[in-house]
Design a protein around this ligand. Structure first.
Ligand code: EPZ
Length: 424
C-alpha cells in the first residue's frame, strides 16, 4: 500500500503558491455540459477527483483537453445522459452533473454518489430542488431517473439547510429554465460564487452570489468562455496549520485571505502571528501553541468543517484543553483514533471532541480515514517525534496536488513510498 513516510520535528519555513480549489473546479467542469461550445478553465488542480470528472465529461461525449493546469472542454456535442456507476461512486460531487445533464439533455440517469464517508450525506435537497423546477424524479433499483415533465420553469427553492451541492444543482438547472428562480437559504461558500461567476461569464443572469438569497433569470442558451478557478482555502488552511504545529514560519501566496476570515483568528488565538498582505498570508509560531477555547464548524462564512480535522491536530499539541463541535457531518472524527495512536489525548462524544494538548506526538503507522482526516495525520507526522507512515494516500490525493513535494519545499521531511517500498 502506498504511504507517506514522514520524519517529524523539522520547523517548516519558506513560501508556496496555493493550488486551485477542488470544490470549485468540480462543479465548474460539470457546468460546462450546459454550454454548446468551448470552455477554457485555468488553475485546475491536478487531483484524482479532477481526473474522475474529466472521465465523466468524456463518457457524456464531450471533448476534453488538458495542458498543465488548464482544461478545455468542448461540449458542442453531448451524446449521453447516463453516468456509469463506477464513476458516480468515485466521488460525491458527481451528483452535481444531475443539474447540468438535465439542463442540457432534458433527462439524466445515475446512481447515488460516492465520496468520503463522513456522514449520511443524503441527496434529498438536491432532488427537492430539481423537482421544484419541473423535473420528474423516479428512484428505483438504486437508480435516479430524471426527466423534464414539460419545460424547465423557474420557481422558488427554499433549502432547509444551506447545502453546497444542492445549491449548485439548483443553479445549474435554473440558468436555462424559463423565468425566474429564487434560491432561499442558499450556500454562501466562495466556491458557489466562483460557479456563479463562471456561469455569468457564459451569459447566465445570476445575482446574489455569496448571499443567502440567489436570483436566477433563465436564459435560452449559454456560450463558451475562459475562466480561472479560485484558490483552495482548505488547502491553504492545511499548510498554515502545518507551519503552526512545527513552530515554523511560512508564507502562502496566490491565496484569498478573506476566505479564511473564520480560520486566521483561531491561529492567532493559538499563539501564531498572522500577517496578511494582499494575496499572501504569513504565519509564524516560534513559541508553540496554546489552547483554542471552542471550534464550531458552520456553513460559510463560519468555520469550515473541512478544516476541522486539521485543527484537531493543532489543538492536540497545544497547551491546555480545547473543544471542537462538528455541526455539519455526523461522523467526521474518524481521524481521532489515529491521532490517539500518535499519543494525542482526545475524547469524543457524538459531535463533540475534547482535546487535551500534549507536549508532543510520536511517530506511528496510521491510516487516512478520509480526505481531510488523512491530511490531518500528515500534519501530525510533521510535528511528531520519529517516523510516521500515513496509509490510504488515495484519499489525500483526491484533494491535494503535489502534497509531499510542496511540504519538502517548506523544509518538511516527507516522501511518498509506493507499494512494497520500506520505511528507510
Ligand atoms: C461540499 O459537500 C464539499 N464538497 C465538502 O467538502 C464540504 O465538507 C461540504 O460542502 C460542506 O462545506 C464539495 O464541494 C465537492 P453539503 P456537499 O451538501 O455538497 C446535509 C472536502 O473535504 N445534506 O453542503 O456534499 C449533508 O448530509 C469535502 O473537500 C442533506 O441532508 O455538502 C451534510 O450534513 C468533504 N441533504 C450537510 O447537509 C442533501 O440533499 C452539508 O452538506 C444535501 C446535504
Amino acid at each position: 500500500m502506498s504511504a507517506y513516510i514522514i520524519n517529524g520535528g523539522r520547523r517548516l519555513n519558506g513560501s508556496l503558491n496555493v493550488q486551485g480549489s477542488k470544490n470549485s473546479v468540480l462543479p465548474i467542469l460539470a457546468a460546462t455540459v450546459l454550454v454548446k461550445g468551448k470552455c477554457v478553465i485555468h488553475n485546475c488542480p491536478l487531483l484524482s477527483d479532477t481526473e474522475c470528472t474529466v472521465k465523466i465529461l468524456k463518457s457524456l461525449g464531450c471533448g476534453v483537453r488538458r495542458e498543465g493546469n488548464t482544461i478545455t472542454v468542448d461540449a458542442t456535442v453531448v451524446s449521453c445522459s447516463y453516468i456509469p456507476e463506477d464513476l458516480m461512486r468515485e466521488m460525491r460531487s458527481s451528483i452535481v452533473f444531475l443539474g447540468a445533464i438535465v439542463g442540457r439533455m432534458g433527462e439524466a440517469t445515475m446512481c447515488a454518489p460516492g465520496g468520503c464517508e463522513i456522514g449520511l450525506r443524503p441527496i434529498d435537497l438536491h432532488l427537492y430542488a430539481v423537482k421544484r423546477l419541473g423535473v420528474n424524479v423516479i428512484e428505483s433499483h438504486g437508480k435516479i431517473i430524471c426527466k423534464v415533465a414539460e419545460k424547465l420553469k423557474g420557481d422558488k427553492i427554499t433549502l432547509s439547510f444551506p447545502s453546497v451541492g444542492a445549491t449548485e444543482n439548483a443553479l445549474l438547472l435554473s440558468v436555462t429554465a424559463k423565468g425566474t428562480t429564487t434560491i432561499v437559504n442558499a450556500a454562501r461558500e466562495p466556491e458557489i460564487t466562483d460557479l456563479c461567476n463562471f456561469l455569468n461569464s457564459c451569459g447566465a443572469r445570476i445575482s446574489g452570489a455569496g448571499e443567502s438569497i440567489i436570483t436566477v433569470e433563465g436564459v435560452d442558451r449559454l456560450h463558451g468562455t475562459e475562466h480561472t478557478v479560485i484558490c483552495d482555502r482548505i488547502v491553504a488552511s492545511t499548510y498554515l496549520v502545518a507551519g503552526a504545529v512545527t513552530r515554523g514560519d511560512i508564507e502562502l501566496k496566490n491565496t484569498e485571505p478573506v476566505y479564511l476570515n473564520s480560520v486566521l483568528p483561531l491561529l492567532e488565538e493559538a499563539g501564531c502571528s498572522v500577517n496578511v498582505r494582499c494575496k499572501s498570508i504569513r504565519v509564524k509560531c516560534p513559541m508553540g501553541l496554546r489552547r483554542i477555547d471552542k471550534i464550531i464548524t458552520q456553513p460559510y462564512p463560519g468555520f469550515p468543517t473541512d478544516s476541522q480535522a486539521l485543527f484537531t491536530t493543532l489543538t492536540s499539541v497545544a497547551r491546555g484543553t480545547s473543544v471542537i463541535v462538528e455541526n455539519i457531518f455526523e461522523s467526521r472524527f474518524k481521524h481521532v483514533p489515529e491521532l490517539v495512536r500518535m499519543g494525542a489525548r482526545i475524547r469524543t462524544e457524538g459531535r463533540v471532541a475534547v482535546v487535551e494538548g500534549v507536549n508532543s506526538l510520536y511517530g506511528a503507522d496510521v491510516l487516512s480515514p478520509d480526505l481531510r482526516g488523512g491530511a490531518a495525520l500528515v500534519v501530525a507526522g510533521l510535528c511528531a517525534e520519529g517516523v510516521t507512515t500515513v496509509g490510504n494516500v488515495g484519499f489525500i490525493d483526491r484533494g491535494y496536488e503535489n502534497l509531499s513535494q510542496n511540504l519538502c519545499v517548506l523544509n518538511g521531511d516527507i516522501r511518498l513510498s509506493i507499494s512494497g517500498e520500506g520505511k528507510n
